[in-house]
Design a protein around this ligand. Structure first.
Ligand code: F0G
Length: 418
């Protein structure tokens, strides 16, 4: 695979940003070198194998990734992904063919693992000693886990306030050094980007290996659907690495002949952190904002991958919208009612589908995949606060101090059901 600047096209040797124009780098695949039938057969056979590389929903697709010797691969069997039908979610959004791709079912409970296995394997192959990232929590946890496996020192930079404590605890558990700043994610990323890449490996999604790993979620999704392409993929957008990764994966699947078309991509941002939605609506260049949202994972005002993401959304004939925090909160509770659950940022997809159905952008019978990016337990404090409020889908705790009181409660809830 060739590495080149995604903006000026200059070829690049293994550095983080383009030395000519500072643009983000991207790998390109020579699709003509592959036989689609053979690839499909190989990928299908690997699903029956117990080889750790084959059971990973990233390394199963290794022909389509930058080459890394198997002895350097650091895998936690990421991206072995479930697709669930979204009954409550579909009813809520007024759509009949909706499913969830739950990337929160990954080893560290978010979609970041798919990118991190590629970035940390590459770091290990090149003898890196220290990995760093800026994070709202999930990148931090994923990096920490993979670094623990690789024997690489992990240093994360997080906002001191306004991110989920569960994610920080998880990161500490994996042995990472956590540094907190008096500032937001955008400031943390600015600091990390100012570090010398000769001394540390930056594993934010500006690292092109991250995108290569994350694009495999598109392959895993398509394989799980027997290579049938959905009409729409709806996903939350923050720093926009995931949008560019999914777009790249779908384009490559098409170029390889694994599929016959692209799904349309709808990116959903939180209203208080929606510079990409504003750009899509108004045109021009991205104008950073001071981000404000209780969906803390996507509280990002200056997304690094906006150019790549914009190109992907346009080529897919997609759209970008924003939804307010209340809509995200209610949609998150509905995902729970499907017996699935997700963290707040993930529920932007369902909230977004609801808006796009109302506008008629998405038809009621369209085949829609909602991407859930993080597990419900990533932010249990948020869920607790929702259920303690008067929100429409809040589910309150009932006092039942005695067996008699419990029997009454059982009668009450069973009669309410019939
Ligand atoms: N959903 C969740 C749960 C996230 O953690 C993130 C990003 C996103 C969506 C947005 O993805 O940035 O690729 O557009 N979390 C980063 C982090 C910023 O540090 O964990 P994106």
């Amino acid at each position: 695979m060739q590495l080149a600047c995604s903006e000026c096209g200059a070829p690049s040797r293994d550095t983080m940003l383009c030395s000519a124009c500072d643009g983000l780098l991207a790998f390109s695949l020579d699709a003509a070198a592959f036989d689609a039938k053979l690839l499909r057969r190989t990928f299908a056979e690997r699903r029956l194998s117990n080889d750790p590389l084959d059971t990973s929903g990233v390394w199963r697709f290794r022909e389509l990734l930058p080459e890394i010797a198997p002895k350097h691969v650091v895998t936690l069997r990421e991206n072995a992904l479930p697709l669930y039908d979204a009954r409550a979610g579909g009813t809520y959004a007024d759509a009949t063919r909706v499913s969830y791709l739950h990337l929160g079912m990954n080893p560290t409970a978010s979609f970041k693992d798919a990118g991190m296995t590629a970035a940390i394997s590459h770091a290990k192959a090149t003898g890196a000693q220290v990995a760093v990232c800026a994070s709202t929590g999930n990148t931090a946890a994923a990096m920490a886990a993979y670094c623990a496996r690789a024997g690489i020192v992990a240093l994360v930079l997080v906002p001191a306030v306004g991110i989920s404590a569960a994610k920080v605890a998880q990161t500490l558990d994996y042995g990472a050094t956590v540094a907190a700043i008096d500032g937001d994610f955008d400031r943390a990323l600015e600091i990390v980007r100012s570090l010398d890449p000769a001394h540390v490996t930056i594993v934010n999604s500006i690292n092109p290996y991250r995108i290569e790993g994350q694009k495999c979620a598109a392959f895993a999704l398509l394989q799980a659907r027997d290579w049938h392409v959905p009409d729409w993929l709806v996903l939350p957008g923050g720093n926009l690495g995931n949008t560019s990764a999914f777009g790249k994966g779908f384009r490559e699947a098409l170029a390889l002949g694994l599929t016959d078309r692209l799904p349309r991509m709808a990116v959903v941002q939180a209203s208080g952190a929606a510079p990409f939605a504003a750009l899509f609506r108004d045109g021009g260049d991205l104008r950073p904002v001071q981000a404000r949202t209780s969906a803390t994972a996507i509280k990002i005002g200056a997304p690094a991958s906006w150019r790549k993401a914009l190109a992907e959304v346009r080529v897919s004939d997609g759209t970008v919208i924003d939804v307010d925090d209340e809509a995200i909160a209610d949609a998150r509770a509905i995902v729970g009612r499907d017996g699935i659950g997700c963290e707040p940022a993930s529920a932007a997809s369902l909230a977004g589908l609801r808006v796009l159905r109302r506008r008629g952008t998405i038809a009621g019978g369209d085949d829609v995949v909602l991407v859930l990016t993080g597990h419900v337990l990533k932010d249990s404090a948020y869920a607790t606060a929702y259920h303690e409020s008067a929100a429409p889908f809040a589910n309150h705790i009932h006092p039942a101090p005695t067996a008699a009181a419990l029997r009454e409660l059982i009668d009450e809830v069973t009669s309410a059901r019939v």
